[in-house]
Design a protein around this ligand. Sequence first.
Ligand SMILES: *[C@@H]1O[C@H](CO)[C@@H](O)[C@H](O)[C@H]1NC(C)=O
Ligand SMILES: *[C@@H]1O[C@H](CO)[C@@H](O)[C@H](O)[C@H]1NC(C)=O
Ligand SMILES: *[C@@H]1O[C@H](CO)[C@@H](O)[C@H](O)[C@H]1NC(C)=O
Ligand SMILES: *[C@@H]1O[C@H](CO)[C@@H](O)[C@H](O)[C@H]1NC(C)=O
Ligand SMILES: *[C@@H]1O[C@H](CO)[C@@H](O)[C@H](O)[C@H]1NC(C)=O
Length: 792
Amino acid sequence: MVTTLFYRSIWLLPIAYMLVAAQQQDRTEYVDVFHGTEGGGNMFPGVVAAPFAMVKLGPDVSSGQAEAYSGYLSQGTITGFSMMHESGTGGAPKYGVVSQLPVAGEIENPLNDLSASRASPDEGSVGYYKSSLMNGVTAELAGTEHTGAFLYTFSEGPSSVLVDVSHVLPSYRGMGWNQGYAGGNMTIFDDGHYEGSGTYNNGWNKAPNWTIHFCGQFDTAPTSGRTFIGSETTLESYGEVSSVSGSKRLGAVFTFEATEVMSRVGVSFISSDRACEYIDRESPADKSFTSLIDDAVSRWNTEVFGKVTTAETGVDNLRHLYSSLYGMHLLPSNRTGENPLWTSSEPYYDDFYTLWDTHRCATPLQHILQPRTYEEQIRSLIDTWRNEGWMPDGRSSNYNGRTQGGSHADTVLADAYVKGVRGGINWEDGFDAMLADAENEPPNTDDPSARDSSVQQGRGALPDWNERGFITLKYTRSVSRAVEYAGNDFGLFQVANGLGRTQEANKYLARSRNWRNHWDENATSLGFSGFLVPRNNDASGSFVEQDPLSCGACYWVEPYYQGLPWQYTLNPVHDAATLIEWSGGKETFLRRLDTFFKPGRYPERPKANNTIFDPTNQPSLGAPYLYSFAGRQDLTVKQTRQIANAYYSPGRAGIPGNSDAGAMQSYILWMMIGLYPVVGQTTFLIVSPWFESITIDLGGGKALEVTASGGGDRKTRDFYVQSLKVNGGEWKQVWVTWDDVFRDGGRLDFELGPEPTVWWDESLEVPSPASHGEPRWFRRPTVEKMEDGLSA
Ligand SMILES: *[C@@H]1O[C@H](CO)[C@@H](O)[C@H](O)[C@H]1NC(C)=O
Ligand SMILES: *[C@@H]1O[C@H](CO)[C@@H](O)[C@H](O)[C@H]1NC(C)=O
Ligand SMILES: *[C@@H]1O[C@H](CO)[C@@H](O)[C@H](O)[C@H]1NC(C)=O
Ligand SMILES: *[C@@H]1O[C@H](CO)[C@@H](O)[C@H](O)[C@H]1NC(C)=O
Ligand SMILES: *[C@@H]1O[C@H](CO)[C@@H](O)[C@H](O)[C@H]1NC(C)=O
C-alpha cells in the first residue's frame, strides 16, 4: 500500500502536464471517417462537428433496393445531403431529413427524380465532407452541433438548390419499417431565408409522428426562391406563393447566378425560431466555412483524441485506434434542450440504437473516456422512465423501440452504480426505473414481427419469467430473452445491494440464476452436453428438443434472436462458474470453447471460416473471454488476437458486422488497451495490450497508463503475457477491479513474449458473483421432452 502511494505520487505530476500537451496535438489525420462504411459496418462518414452532436450531415445515396442505413453507400446516386442520420445501425434506415440537393441549371419540376451520380468517390475528414457530382457540382459540408453548412461550387450559372421536405431515407426490406413522410410546411421570407418543419413517422422503432423544424439561409442572395407542392411527381403549385403547407410533398427551389453558394441550416425539435437561433449562435454569417471545420477538429482533438496517447508509431495501428475512437463517439445524440416531449432540468439523449448492442463494451468505455456525457446519458435514461414509464433499450426520434431481448438499461445503470458513478444521478429513482423493467409488464404492441408481447420497451415476456422462472414458447425469443433477463436481474441485485435494499437484492440475485432453468443437461452437440433449450407452454414447462447448432431464421419469432443456442449458452457471464461446472468442468469447458472457435463447424458462415463463433454480432462477442474464467488467460489472449487480426482492420470494410453505434469499435478498443470490462461488475479481465504504451486521460489529473515490454511483434506472435505489474507491484490475478486502476488512476506494466506462461496464481478465480453460496449442482424436476415444440 505504502509503495503504491509513493509510486503514484511520483508519476502523477508529469502525467498532468503530458495530458494537457496531448490535447493540443492534431490526431485527426489518423481518423478515416470511412472506416466501417463498407462490408456491413454501416458507419456514417459525414460531418459530426462534436462528439454525440445532434446534427449528422451527410449524403443520402440511392442504389437499387440497397438499404442505406446511415444514408451513405459507396455506389449509387445522391438524392440529397441531409442533416440527421444514425451511424452503424441495422434494422432499417432512420432519418435522412432536412435535405438540400444542388442541381446544375434551373429545375423544371422539383418533384422529379433529380438524383445525381458522383464524378469521383466522396472525400471526408473530421468535420468535413465532399461530394463531386457528374453534373459538375461540388458539395462540401461542415457544421456545428445544431447547424449544417453546405458549400456548393457550380461550373456555371444559373444553378439551383432544392429543399425537399418529403425527403427521408427509404427502406426496401419489406418488414413494415419504412419511414413515412406525414406532411410539413415551408415559408420563404422577404430576406431570402426560409423556415418550416417536416413530420415523419415509423422506421425500425415504429415511431408515431415526430416533427423537426428547420431554418435555412444563403450567404449569396438567390435570384429567385419558389415554393412548390404536389403529389407524386405532379406539381400543384410552383412559385406562386411564399408559403406552403399540408400533407403533400412540398419544399422550395432557390436559383442562383453565382457559381459559389453557401447555405447554413439550423434544426430543432422545438421550433423554427430555435433553429434560426442556432445559426445566429453557432454559425453566424462571419464564421467562415473553414473555421467551422477548424472548430470541429479542435473539439474532437480536445474532447476525444487527446485523451488517448500512445508511443505507437505504426500508421495502420494509429488509424485503427483513432478511427475507432471517432466511430464510438457518434451515438447516442445529445439532445439536451431539444426535448419536445417534456420539460425537465435533466439532460436529454436520444438515438440509443441500441443498448442491446452497446451495453457490453461501449457504455463502459464511454464511462472512462467521457464521464460527463456518460452521467448525462444515465440521467436521461432515468428521466425517460420518469416521464414515460420506461427506460429505452432502443430509442430514436424521441420514441422508445425496439427491444430485441432484455432491458439492458438495467445493466448499464448497474455498471455505473458499482463503479461509483453518483454525481447528479438520483439512484433511488434509478432503481425504481429498473424495478419498472423487472416488475411491470409492458402493454403488448401487437407488432407484426412478434405479436406475443411488447417489442417497444421493458420485458415483454415478464409474466413467464416472474411466475415460472423461465420463459416458455408462449413467448417469442424465449431462450435469448431468458438469458438476457437473468443478466438484467443481476443488475438489479447489484444496485439493490448497494442501496442497502437487502430483500430486493436477494430476490434479484435468485432471479439472475434463472437462466439455469433453460439448461438441458441432455441436449448434446458435437460431443458436448448441456445447452440452453426452449420450454413448452405446458404444465411442467417440458424441454423442447433443440439442435444447439440451429435456430431457424433466428429472428423475432424464434426462440433465439440473432444467435445460435451454442452462442447464447455462453452468455450468462455473471454466473460463469456455474456455466463451467454444468458444462462438465473446466477441461471440458475449454474444449467447448475451442470447438466454438474451430473452423468448419457451422456450414453457413464462410466469412468466419464456418466457426460457430459469429464475429459479426453481439451474442458471440463475450465468448473468447470465457477462457479466463476457466483458468486459461493465455487462450483469451490468443483468441482475441486471432479475432482482431482476422476480422478487424482500419479499412473501409474493417468492421465485421454492423458497428451498432460504436459497439464494435469499443470491442476492439478494449482489446487494444488490454482489458475487457465484465459489464455490471467492477471486474476488468486482463488481456494483452497492442501497443508499447497507451495512456488514457481519466479526467481530474488521473490517468490509466498501460505499457508493454518484451514483445517484438505483438500483433501476430509475441502477445502472451509473461508477467504483469499493477501500480508497480507484482500482479497474479487475471483481472483488476475499477478501484485498482480507474478510480484514482493507475498503471499496468506488461511483459509480453511468444510463449504462453502461467503467470497468474491458479487459485485465484475470476469473480462469478451469482454463483457464490449456491449448491454446485442445481437439480431440476424431471421434465418430459416434446419433439415438435419448435414448429409451433
Ligand atoms: C401525422 O401527421 C400528419 C400531418 O401533420 C397528420 O395529418 C396525421 O393525422 C398525423 N397522424 C397521427 C396519428 O397523429
Ligand atoms: C409549420 O408546422 C409546425 C409544426 O406543425 C408549426 O409549429 C408551425 O406553426 C407551422 N408553420 C406554418 C407557417 O404553418
Ligand atoms: C449536451 O448538450 C448540452 C446542451 O447543448 C450541453 O450543455 C452539455 O454540455 C452537453 N453535454 C456534454 C457532455 O457535452
Ligand atoms: C437426462 O437423461 C437422463 C437419462 O435418460 C434422465 O435420467 C434425466 O432425467 C434427463 N435429464 C433431463 C433434465 O431431462
Ligand atoms: C481461416 O483459416 C485460415 C487457415 O487456418 C486462416 O489462415 C485464416 O486467417 C482464417 N480466416 C478467418 C477469417 O478466420
